[in-house]
Design a protein around this ligand. Structure first.
Ligand code: ZN
Ligand code: ZN
Length: 182
């Protein structure tokens, strides 16, 4: 059931709360409940931020995230959608730890590699696959989106494989709607 809700990462529900932190250990946190969603993002911002192939965002409610030690510094950047993104990082080692403002945002993105127990990416959604580095292999049956997971990109990279029938029908419905009006 959980898998069909897009929460396949919750296969180890019993192992929460979980801890994590930056590379040097100055910043430490705890996540009290399993993530709502895990994204692997192949966009250029995530490649630059991670200085690697992609970013991993573990989406958790702000109320379930607790900073245990350290005083992260913040940097804010503009987003494509016209908003701003608050980026929190360790002032000692520079590791990015989470994105989002705990005081303002309902949900934040914890950077996946910072969790002590490695993140399960089996059911993660891959987004901005149009920017994926050549040679990066994205699993066949995983939900994937060419850009942000909105209606338009869902059609170009139908993501309903592996989800429930209702999700699949919803996807087909959007396809016909947009085909008709486009
Ligand atoms: Zn650090
Ligand atoms: Zn990204």
């Amino acid at each position: 059931m959980l898998k069909y809700l897009g929460l396949g990462q919750m296969d180890d529900v019993a192992s929460y709360p979980r801890e994590g932190g930056c590379q040097c250990g100055a910043v430490r946190y705890e996540i009290q409940t399993p993530p709502r969603k895990v994204y692997v993002c192949h966009c250029r911002e995530c490649q630059r931020q991670s200085a690697s192939a992609f970013g991993i965002s573990v989406r958790v409610p702000s109320k379930d995230f607790r900073l245990k030690s350290g005083e992260p510094r913040r940097w804010t950047r503009a987003t494509d959608s016209g908003g701003t993104l608050t980026c929190n990082f360790c002032p000692v080692c520079g590791s990015r730890v989470w994105h989002g403002d705990l005081q303002v945002d309902d949900t934040i993105s914890v950077k996946g590699g910072s969790l002590d127990m490695p993140v399960n990416l089996s059911d993660a959604s891959h987004i901005w696959t149009s920017r994926a580095l050549r040679g990066v292999i994205i699993p066949e049956r995983t939900p994937k989106f060419l850009e942000e997971p909105d209606a338009a990109s869902r059609i170009r990279g139908c993501s309903c494989m592996g989800f429930s029938l209702s999700r699949h029908l919803h996807c087909l419905f959007q396809f016909f709607l947009l085909s008709f009006f486009a």
